[in-house]
Design a protein. Structure first.
Length: 407
């Protein structure tokens, strides 16, 4: 047997594994780690001899899997605080868009930023978000919308993983919006995304997946399919911004291409949800975007439950519709706005978020999985979704190594 290097004791453990118990909980648990991986987990009183291992006291709280934020647009330049202020003074979205606001302002700022500037701005946000118990995060491109700037965004996202003890998965979202210079030439832009851009991204191994924003204001189902087929040709899985503002048949389209996840889904229909269940596509719900946009239409949580579609929860961190940098706050919003149970919400940022990224090596605490842990000063797991603006985090462990935290 491999020598155990570290053991965590004195905590309840919400393993989030399918054990038949709520939260997969072990009330008085212990976790033993070797080479960054969990080698033993169970009730403390069954723990074998731990001679030679370093023992860590978890302080009597609860340990969960390190949280996974599976949908962000965290790399961008500038912000849209001015728009936020203008809207609250009564200006309409159309007025703001006509004066160069909206996504176009973020595209202009991101194109103009140097790689170093983009890195510095993104690092600040990432360290805040990571400091809320996050050990894995997905980051999309999609504010460059030309070859050079999309590559710049993905390079920055890849580099961000180096220092903070966070795994970063990158997603190419060239089909996020039609760039202004392609107005009236949609086909040419879609061909650029599905052709030279995607080839370059694949050759340089800059992305782990490909995403499209399918919507009346973005790309049609036909254009989405064109990008998805190109993604499959270069061997990349797909994801979809689906049915956020209207029913575009996005859920069924995502399922047809075996998408890892279909995200947003406010207007998804039942046939689409059933297709997602069949294809194993995760539903990623984004409560902070609903909150920030005061969206009345909620995603079809009951349909997702009824058909057994796994539900993930993410920040959607972006400057326009979700400037969110706290995962515990997402747990609260998933419960208060979408009416998930605290257990469903926690599964949404652990087990199901890992599925949404195609990662089978994390998301639950089980033998053989990475020892990515978040340690919380709470009396029971539901408390993680209860507080608003409280961060009862007292430690983060990434692949068996304790990470510095601000908490
Ligand atoms: Zn998004």
């Amino acid at each position: 047997m491999r020598r155990w290097t570290d053991v965590w004791l004195n905590a309840g453990i919400a393993t989030m594994a399918w054990t038949g118990r709520p939260y997969g909980a072990i009330e008085e648990g212990a976790i033993a780690v070797a080479d960054g991986v969990i080698v033993w987990i169970g009730p403390r009183n069954e723990l074998p001899n731990i001679d030679g291992a370093q023992v860590h006291d978890a302080g009597g709280g609860w340990i969960t899997p390190g949280l996974i934020d599976c949908h962000t647009h965290l790399v961008f330049a500038g912000d849209r605080c001015d728009e936020f202020e203008r809207r609250l003074r009564g200006e309409s979205y159309e007025e703001i868009a006509r004066s160069g606001g909206g996504i176009r302002s973020t595209v202009a700022a991101t194109r103009a930023a140097s790689e170093a500037e983009l890195y510095a701005a993104s690092l600040k946000r990432l360290s805040t978000l990571a400091g809320t118990g996050v050990t894995t995060i997905e980051i999309k491109s999609g504010y460059g919308l030309d070859l050079k700037s999309e590559i710049k965004m993905l390079r920055v996202a890849r580099r961000l993983s180096a220092d903070l003890g966070v795994t970063i998965r990158t997603t190419f979202l060239g089909a996020h919006a039609l760039p202004p210079e392609y107005e009236g030439r949609r086909n040419e832009y879609v061909e650029l995304v599905a052709g030279p851009m995607l080839e370059r991204v694949a050759t340089e191994e800059l992305a782990d997946a490909v995403d499209v924003f399918a919507e009346t204001i973005a790309f049609t189902p036909g254009e989405t399919a064109q990008v998805f087929e190109a993604a499959h040709r270069v061997g990349l899985p797909v994801k979809l911004h689906a049915d956020q503002l209207s029913d575009q048949g996005g859920a069924a389209l995502a399922a047809r291409y075996g998408a890892l996840s279909a995200d947003h889904l406010e207007h998804a229909n039942e046939a689409g949800v059933m297709a997602m269940a069949d294809s194993g596509t995760v539903a990623t719900l984004l409560p902070a975007a609903s909150y920030f946009l005061r969206e009345a239409q909620l995603p079809p949580v009951d349909l997702l439950r009824r058909h057994g579609v796994p539900i993930a929860i993410a920040t959607d961190c972006n400057p326009g519709s979700s400037p969110a940098l706290s995962m515990p706050l997402m747990l609260n919003m998933a419960c208060t706005i979408f009416r998930l149970t605290p257990e469903e919400a926690l599964a949404g940022v652990t087990r199901n978020a890992a599925l949404a990224l195609g990662l089978s090596d994390r998301g639950t605490l089980e033998v053989g999985k990475f020892a990515d842990l978040a340690i919380w000063d709470v009396r029971r797991p539901a408390e993680l979704a209860y507080w608003m603006g409280n961060l009862p985090l007292c430690g983060v462990v990434k692949a068996g190594v304790a990470r510095e935290t601000a908490a």
